[in-house]
Design a protein around this ligand. Structure first.
Ligand code: GLC
Length: 667
């Protein structure tokens, strides 16, 4: 593939990009030039930079409290983004079994890899991080366009235990005017945790309930687990057994272990026929109106011993291509997500499938978004979410999110408010918490926290046109939506350790507060002109600033002259916005951005426009290109908001428009 260079298992090899030396290898040992830095490696604890660390790639369901001393978590993406002298390349260590990387820890001059079986090593050329991600996702797959509703706010809990409880959560959202698009049903909606079934006492009429919620603008997503209860009266089990669809022990017996339903068998998702069977079994959920599925426990997680996974010598018959579990372990979750996605696509061909996965391997982004499993309601985990999501984005998994408010342990009002200030910028924004923890819906802790959550979720709703456009760019080029500063500023080494702030697209920089009782924090602004989102203060980067970020006003900076397309606040995405406003933070120089639009679901036409802003002395010129593409957005008013100056209504019909304004202030 263009821009991807395979490394030979032995011998010295120099990788070049034209005349430029990119990397040198001695077999699979990467020779590290002085000063080369490493990032990526998928889902990780601790900070953004991974130079001089050892990284293990082996999917597990880790015990509670993912501290910095943890190594491997639920997904394994053995992909490293390397930066040296401002230029980037990637190295992909492709093997779905166990892989370990020593990123110049043992020897500062070498990066070494060990794997139980054959692996393929490839260098992905840059020279920018954007080039690397473009090529890496061309190789491993792009993030499909999500349905628009999936960008809305989502609310979950283990578990909303009955239909009326779900109804009352829905009613609270609408009564309190807190935007929400999606509600979740965790494992207790099932009959004895049997996947694809309903507990008919708690949920007597799933289709009726889902239709009722849909009429209020909510979608319902349900959890699915790979463990199939061993039960002669359960058709899924009997069918799977009779078809030979389950993983075997090395002696050829059905492999069984304990998960939520008790003793379970496990589908061999490596077999295409098993994936098809499993995918088709989503029909009942689809018929009931379920909007998407949340694939959990798919490392796979086992309870005997507690927090274990499948033994490496379990056998995947694979439909004729038998493999030991150890050879494919890290891909098990991806295969389950693939089965779900393909099933949903077959069952509802006009809708974009919505699939979440906890576990998976490089390329998971083709099938599912990733949420990062069972974090805790700790300030430390709010902080950790940032490097975690940034490294996932650098590893091809751009559609990701952590449980807002934290899963384990009791959240509190301030933590939830601050977490929501961060969470609304996650590509996937869902509040979820564990059984027996304090309720953590946005209103759970009263005021002033509820209002902060409402205002922040309203801001996310306003930003949806901007976010949706960033998703489309990601779908086309692999560019992360939530991204580290280094993605756009690789020549600036200060950005390499700026892991408690991030960019959303390239127009917004967000620096959340991650400690209780704190209203001020340091923010690094890289080169360019920035404006404080709430006060419009102009700052020229590179600069270290002390931001004042009282509750409800997190430190957000807009890149000057990069127009942000925004909607009015809507309760959910099925409402048609009455207006579109280009918010322009004017500053010296010029900039541009774009707007992508389509029907929000399905595979119909789309359209896009580019907005360009230029300041020339006292004049600011805003130009909007003619609409290109066949999609015609619904009728609405269009405004340009020159923040702090003027708000102008645009008379426009899809043709190119130019407007000019005189700037009278000095900045
Ligand atoms: C796992 C999931 C969690 C879910 C729970 C019950 O711990 O990670 O999100 O709530 O199982 O299904």
């Amino acid at each position: 593939m263009d821009g991807v260079v395979r490394i030979e298992r032995s011998g010295r090899q120099a990788v070049r990009d034209g005349d430029r030396l990119v990397a040198e290898f001695d077999g699979y040992v990467k020779l590290r030039p002085d000063g080369e830095r490493y990032f990526g490696c998928g889902e990780r604890t601790a900070g953004l930079e991974k130079t001089r660390t050892r990284q293990v790639f082996w999917n597990v369901d880790p015990p509670a409290g993912h501290t910095a001393s943890f190594n491997n978590l639920y997904t394994s993406i053995p992909f490293v983004l390397c930066l040296h002298e401002g230029r980037a390349h990637g190295v992909f260590y492709d093997h779905p079994g166990r892989v370990e990387l020593d990123l110049a820890k043992a020897d500062p001059a070498r990066v070494t890899v060990s794997a139980a079986d054959e692996l393929e090593v490839s260098v992905v050329l840059g020279p920018t991080p954007a080039d690397v991600l473009d090529r890496y996702t061309a190789l491993t797959g792009r993030t499909p366009m999500p349905p628009l509703w999936a960008l809305g706010n989502q609310q979950s809990r283990w578990s909303y235990l009955a239909a009326d409880e779900l109804r009352s959560v829905a009613a609270e959202f609408r009564a309190r005017a807190i935007p929400c698009d999606v509600l979740y049903l965790d494992i207790d909606h099932m009959d004895g945790y049997r996947v694809f079934t309903w507990d008919r006492e708690r949920f007597p009429d799933p289709a009726g309930l889902i239709a009722e919620l849909r009429s209020q603008g909510f979608r319902v997503v349900v959890i699915t687990d790979p463990g199939v209860k061993v039960d002669e009266s359960y058709s899924l089990y009997v069918e799977g057994r009779d078809r030979g669809s389950f993983v075997l022990t090395r002696d050829g017996d059905e492999f069984q272990n304990v998960v939520w339903p008790g003793v379970c068998a496990f589908p061999d998702f490596t077999d295409p026929a098993v994936r098809e069977w499993w995918g088709d079994r989503h029909a009942g959920l689809v018929d009931a109106g379920v909007a998407g599925v949340w694939c959990d426990m798919n490392e796979p997680a086992l309870f005997v011993p507690w927090h274990s996974t499948m033994p490496e010598d379990a056998v995947h018959p694979g439909g004729g291509r038998a493999r030991l579990h150890g050879e494919v372990h890290n891909a098990y979750g991806s295969y389950m997500a693939q089965a779900a996605r393909e099933g949903l696509a077959r069952l509802r061909p006009d809708a974009r499938p919505f699939v979440i996965s906890r576990a998976g391997y490089a390329g998971l982004q083709r099938h599912a978004l990733q949420w990062t499993g069972d974090n805790s309601s700790w300030w430390e985990h709010l902080w950790m979410s940032m490097p975690q999501l940034q490294n996932l984005g650098l590893s091809g998994i751009a559609w990701a999110g952590v449980d807002v408010g934290g899963f384990f342990g009791d959240c509190d009002g301030e933590l939830l408010a601050r977490w929501t200030e961060f969470g609304v910028f996650q590509p996937f924004c869902r509040n979820h918490s564990a059984m027996e923890t304090a309720p953590q819906e946005p209103w759970a802790f009263g005021e002033p926290w509820e209002s902060v959550c409402r205002d922040m979720l309203a801001l996310r709703m306003q930003l949806l046109p901007y976010l949706y456009t960033a998703f489309e760019a990601c779908h086309r080029t692999g560019a992360p939506i939530l991204r580290p500063l280094l993605f756009d500023h690789p020549g600036d080494p200060v950005t390499y350790t700026a892991d408690d702030e991030f960019l959303v697209g390239s127009g917004l920089l967000v620096a959340p507060i991650t400690r209780p009782g704190v209203e001020h924090r340091h923010v690094y602004l890289p080169a360019g002109h920035w404006r404080q989102f709430w006060t419009n203060e102009l700052i020229e980067g590179p600069a270290h600033v002390l931001a004042h970020a009282p509750l409800g006003q997190p430190a957000i900076y807009a890149r000057c002259n990069t127009p942000i397309p925004m909607w009015p606040v809507l309760p959910h995405t099925a409402e048609i916005p009455a207006s579109l406003t280009w918010r322009v933070f004017v500053g010296p120089g010029a900039g541009s951005s774009s707007l992508y639009e389509d029907a929000g679901d399905g595979y119909g036409p789309s359209c896009s426009r580019t907005a360009h802003v230029e300041r020339d002395g006292e004049l600011v010129r805003f130009s909007l290109s003619a609409r290109s593409g066949a999609f015609v957005p619904p009728q609405r008013e269009t405004f340009v908001d020159f923040v702090g100056l003027d708000r102008v209504r645009l008379e426009e019909n899809g043709d190119a428009v130019v407007i000019e304004r005189v700037v009278t202030t000095d900045d």
